[in-house]
Design a binder for this molecule. Structure first.
Ligand SMILES: CCCCCCCCCCCCCCCC(=O)SCCNC(=O)CCNC(=O)[C@H](O)C(C)(C)COP(=O)(O)OP(=O)(O)OC[C@H]1O[C@@H](n2cnc3c(N)ncnc32)[C@H](O)[C@@H]1OP(=O)(O)O
Length: 194
């Protein structure tokens, strides 16, 4: 689906997304792009620990289990946490394009409440690319990949250079990320832009 706001509608000359030749194979786990990331970082104690897996084409699947610390209303996931899970899944798509990009716009529909203990099955794909603009869409389903849709989102990511993080991020975290011995994570963070 495309979002309802004009910023989420690809221009007429937008192109179909092209999976990068070196993208991880379908079924492969992507791993975290940064170990302290709130969405995917394994060393982030407060995070969602979302694990994304490459799909066919430019698509991703991911799973996220709602824990008690994710509540908004009693026993139910906070909407902002669900939006984060969608944002993280959508952001992972950019690795299949081998592009560094940040979220410019994220439009979320909350269709059903998501109880604590639920595993949300997320699926996302890039729908179009226009210059630096990457258009994508995602759904989150309750309990199974074909379960009822609980949340969906449309997003616009904007390609940036690594300088975006170096210029705006805090120096100690930037330095630590650059020295990360995990080659895949370093490549996801730094080595995708020429
Ligand atoms: C050293 C350590 C490295 C670590 C490496 C980590 C690797 C990978 C990390 C990824 C992390 C993933 C985590 C999950 C994803 C996030 O959550 S990312 C964090 C949340 N997002 C942000 O912080 C972004 C903040 N915003 C910005 O920095 C700037 O607004 C942006 C998005 C870079 C755009 O600024 P800009 O580059 O000056 O672009 P600009 O020329 O204004 O716009 C370009 C085009 O996009 C359009 N556009 C821009 N913004 C919008 C918008 N909001 N709505 C509609 N259209 C828009 C413009 O209209 C323009 O269109 P055209 O005129 O070309 O047709």
């Amino acid at each position: 689906m495309s979002g309802t706001s004009p910023g989420l509608t690809p221009p007429a000359d937008a192109k179909q997304p092209a999976r990068h030749a070196d993208a991880p194979a379908p079924g492969e786990l992507l791993g975290a792009h940064y170990d302290q990331c709130f969405g995917c970082g394994g060393d982030q104690p407060h995070g969602l620990h979302l694990a994304a897996r490459a799909g066919e084409g430019v698509s991703i699947t991911a799973e996220f289990t709602v824990r008690p610390e994710h509540q908004g209303a009693p026993g139910l996931a906070h909407g902002g946490v669900l939006a984060t899970a969608l944002d993280e899944t959508l952001g992972s798509l950019n690795w299949l394009l081998r592009t560094i990009a940040v979220t410019g716009r994220l439009e979320t529909d909350f269709v059903r409440p998501v109880p604590v203990g639920t595993t949300l099955h997320l699926a996302a794909e890039v729908t179009a690319v226009a210059g630096r603009k990457i258009y994508s869409t995602a759904t989150g389903r309750i309990g199974a990949p074909d379960g009822p849709v609980a949340v969906r989102a449309d997003a616009l990511f904007i390609e940036v250079k690594v300088d975006h993080f170096i210029d705006h991020g805090r120096e100690e975290e930037i330095r630590a990320a650059m020295e990360d011995p995990d080659q895949i994570r370093r490549a996801r963070a730094f080595e995708v832009n020429p």
